[in-house]
Design a binder for this molecule. Structure first.
Ligand SMILES: *[C@@H]1O[C@H](CO)[C@@H](O)[C@H](O)[C@H]1NC(C)=O
Ligand SMILES: *[C@@H]1O[C@H](CO)[C@@H](O)[C@H](O)[C@H]1NC(C)=O
Length: 300
């Protein structure tokens, strides 16, 4: 842990479309950042029609954009969106329609908002990047990422891999992290990455890891979080609560207390599948702000 990050300020607002109620949690320490997580009501529309697939993406992004503006208006430095919030779990062919080629930030410095022409047909990346840039806020979102693989060993018949991927944009809208989920959970529509992913990135308020859902249970994350320079984890998930050990909020609180790290966790709100529970958690303080209410509403 770096000492300069001694506490995270958190807030949680409950949103019912136009009426927003806001609850703020403020720490008394003088070094802090403000984080926001969005618990999203998932759109469950699968389609094999490319135009309809675009409409699904657009529908969801149209909700994200004002949410980021609201988060910024409350002083947020970062906003985390859940897993499967831009499109739902569909068949492999249908999922391909939602995927975009996400550049590797280790190889190229890409800013889809600035390079709008190059990213003209990648609506998700362009919108998320502009959202980060317009509001000067770090954004983590979970999307589908596609990579051509024709001629490579094991390449699927369609000629590309597709991955469940977190993408992180800095406050200028530049892609600073791309993390492909390493532990898929009955997701036959996605492929496992061919190599170990690098979830680490640094922003003005610290060094963080970007993880998706089931990854948090496994040895890999433990390996990484033990690095001294890591301050916390940004976690996008569609977590189905199970008794007694797999309850979101309890697990998140126990996790930060055990690791003494910060966790920003954004889950889908899908009470029918027991998926809910999001919040901001910090070391020995545990939960700074959280929501755990199967009300079928979005929560920021
Ligand atoms: C947890 O981290 C804080 C801030 O870095 C530090 O002051 C504190 O001693 C740590 N607590 C434990 C139990 O390691
Ligand atoms: C960003 O700002 C530009 C210019 O005001 C606007 O046209 C665009 O819709 C905004 N995009 C997002 C995602 O906020």
């Amino acid at each position: 842990m770096q000492n300069r990050i001694s506490c995270a300020t958190a807030f949680l607002a409950v949103a019912v479309f136009s009426s927003w109620a806001v609850l703020t949690v403020t720490s008394t320490t003088d070094t802090y950042f403000t984080g926001a997580v969005f618990e999203f009501v998932q759109t469950q529309h699968c389609t094999s029609d490319p135009e309809e697939a675009m409409e699904v993406i657009q529908f969801n992004l149209d909700i994200f954009v004002p949410v980021a503006v609201l988060a910024k208006s409350k002083g947020a430095d970062i906003i985390v969106f859940p897993e499967y919030s831009i499109f739902p779990e569909c068949s492999r062919d249908q999922t391909a329609l939602f995927c975009e080629v996400v550049p590797d930030p280790k190889k190229v410095k890409a800013n889809p908002c600035v390079e709008a022409e190059e990213f003209a047909d990648r609506t998700t990346l362009r919108t998320l990047s502009c959202m980060a840039r317009n509001n000067s806020i770090v954004v983590q979102a979970n999307m589908g990422d596609m990579q051509k693989c024709e001629g490579e060993p094991g390449c699927p018949p369609e000629g590309h891999w597709q991955y469940n991927t977190n993408v992180v944009f800095d406050k200028d809208g530049t892609i600073i992290a791309r993390y492909r989920k390493e532990h898929l959970w009955q997701e036959y529509h996605f492929d496992l990455p061919q190599e170990k992913q690098d979830p680490k990135f640094t922003v003005d308020f610290g060094t963080y890891l970007s993880y998706v859902c089931f990854d948090i249970f496994l040895e890999r994350i433990i390996e990484e979080e033990l690095d001294d320079d890591v301050d916390g984890v940004l976690f996008s998930t569609m977590w189905e609560n199970t008794m007694p050990m797999g309850m979101t909020v309890e697990f998140f609180q126990a996790w930060v207390m055990a690791t003494n790290l910060t966790l920003l966790a954004a889950c889908i709100q899908l009470p029918g599948q027991m998926a809910l529970g999001s919040g901001l958690f910090h070391g020995q303080y545990g939960a700074l702000a959280y929501t755990y209410d199967p009300d079928g509403l979005q929560n920021l």
